[in-house]
Write a protein that binds this ligand. Structure first.
Ligand code: NI
Length: 211
């Protein structure tokens, strides 16, 4: 039987990169339109940073099966749009029963998670924090620090990403804002709409359909 060769990568926490990766994508501020509550502040940010990188991901993909693990490093710039901290677009796995592990490397951030029913969990991430994101949780990261937030991650290679689940419910249920005291607090997103029982059932029924 032909089996895969081991592969060595290195996390460069200072640069926020996975060395030895075979994939690299960048999200610019232009790509994050519609994510933030304060659209005026976002337009002002865009006028200064159009085309600049908001976050980037370097990863190694050994294969495409559930038994192949994609490993990578995500680096996100620090900053705020109005009083809302910079965040990633966020997703649920297209095969929703796939989990993910994040390991903090540098900076100060949050893993913001939301269940299909709308339960909210927030986990603080610093260097050395390990967050297990169980199957079926929508997840995004938020940079609440003054420096780059760098995290390593690993997930089954056939997980896929459904970004639309967040748009379909008017954003995630809470927003993470500056508390004015050097920290963060969560506030309710008034535009959030609960998912219907049918939509929730579909996530659980079809989430593992490819397994
Ligand atoms: Ni994920």
């Amino acid at each position: 039987m032909k089996i895969a060769e081991p592969h060595l990568c290195r996390v460069d926490a200072a640069q926020g990169l996975l060395l030895g990766a075979d994939g690299h994508y960048r999200k610019t501020y232009d790509d994050l339109s519609g994510l933030y509550a304060d659209t005026q502040a976002f337009e002002a940010l865009l006028s200064e940073r159009r085309g600049q990188v908001a976050y980037e991901v370097t990863s190694y993909t050994p294969g495409e099966k559930v038994s192949d693990l994609i490993v990578g490093v995500a680096r996100m710039e620090p900053g705020k749009v109005g009083d809302e901290f910079f965040l990633t677009r966020g997703h649920i796995h297209a095969n929703a029963d796939r989990p993910e592990v994040y390991v903090g490397q540098a900076g100060r951030g949050l893993m913001q998670m939301e269940s299909p029913e709308g339960e909210v969990r927030i986990v603080e991430m610093t260097a050395g924090s390990v967050c297990y994101v169980p199957p079926y949780w929508i997840h995004r990261s938020v940079n609440v620090g003054d420096d780059d937030l760098v995290m390593m991650f690993a997930y089954p290679a056939d997980s896929g990403q459904d970004y639309g689940i967040i748009e379909r419910s008017g954003g995630m249920r809470v927003r993470i804002v500056d508390d004015g005291k050097g920290g963060w607090r969560q506030v309710d997103n008034p535009h959030w709409r609960p998912r219907s029982p049918e939509a929730i059932a579909r996530i659980y029924d079809e989430g593992g359909a490819a397994a």
